[in-house]
Design a binder for this molecule. Structure first.
Ligand code: SF4
Length: 259
């Protein structure tokens, strides 16, 4: 299975969402998600334009340069660099040539850059940068130790050490592959990310259906497909009633936010 940037990022918010993307597009996307995507896209263009002013025009490139130019480090800054291998697929906001000092030896290497519109960075932002670095290593031959995130209105630049984050990324990837190998997507568990998720209409419908079905009855396990997911909604993965109550409350909150 080819793990895309979108699948990886989704898994950090909700494991099921990752597999929803694996299986196809969400169809009708809620307006809030579309609006968020739009402002992120505009921010990326703005950040790229501003970043380019710091470099000579012949040192920047938009898109994928010829492999020989990548190997020879012809460009210092490359925007919208796409990588597709048997295992991964990613479109990096940018990569920048940086000078690394490894045990007294200087070496130039490309490092990933991310543009994030939000003022406050999350752990997921840092892990996504590490995912970019891991995918970039398949094109450049070695794993970058550093990456940068440019974020917020003032386009603040944060340099991030990646070694520990990449170890976490590898662990997350192995969990995704385990689900895929078992052919068992994670259960549907409504969460705080649902209100900005592309799949919320589908999940809310499943949650509502199961909720109505289960009122006054003990939930039964062992169902498959939608039934399996719905069982998780009503019982929770630990099978305790308290989770069911929280799930119903979350479903009600989701519905209120979008009515
Ligand atoms: S709507 Fe919620 S439960 Fe469904 S995939 Fe999205 S985040 Fe996960």
């Amino acid at each position: 299975m080819q793990i895309t940037q979108q699948m990886f990022e989704s898994y950090l918010h909700c494991p099921l969402k990752c597999f929803r993307y694996r299986d196809g597009s969400p169809g009708q996307v809620p307006g809030y998600s579309e609006w968020q995507r739009q402002i992120q896209h505009e921010y990326e263009q703005l950040a790229w334009t501003r970043l380019c002013t710091s470099f000579a025009p012949n040192k920047t490139f938009w898109g994928n340069p010829a492999p020989a130019d990548l190997q020879s480090h012809r460009y210092t800054l490359i925007g919208q660099y796409r990588i597709s291998t048997a295992d991964f697929e990613a479109s990096l906001n940018a990569i920048q040539l940086i000078d690394l000092n490894v045990r007294g030896h200087h070496r130039e290497t490309y490092a990933p850059l991310r543009f994030v519109v939000r003022e406050k960075l999350s752990n997921a932002d840092r892990l996504c940068l590490a995912f970019d670095a891991l995918v970039l290593s398949s094109a450049c031959g070695h794993v970058p130790h550093l990456g940068k995130i440019i974020h917020g209105q003032n386009q603040q630049v944060v340099t991030i050490r990646l070694d520990k984050l990449i170890a976490k990324v590898r662990h997350t990837i192995s969990r995704i592959r385990q689900h895929d190998a078992r052919n068992s997507p994670p259960p549907l568990i409504l969460n705080r990310h649902c209100h900005e998720c592309d799949f919320q209409l589908r999940c809310r419908a499943i949650g509502r259906g199961r909720d109505a079905h289960s009122i006054g009855r003990p939930a039964r396990g062992g169902a498959t497909g939608v039934g399996h997911a719905s069982t998780a909604v009503s019982r929770g993965i630990d099978g305790k009633g308290s989770r069911a109550t929280r799930q119903r409350a979350r479903l009600c909150r989701c519905q209120r936010q979008h009515c």
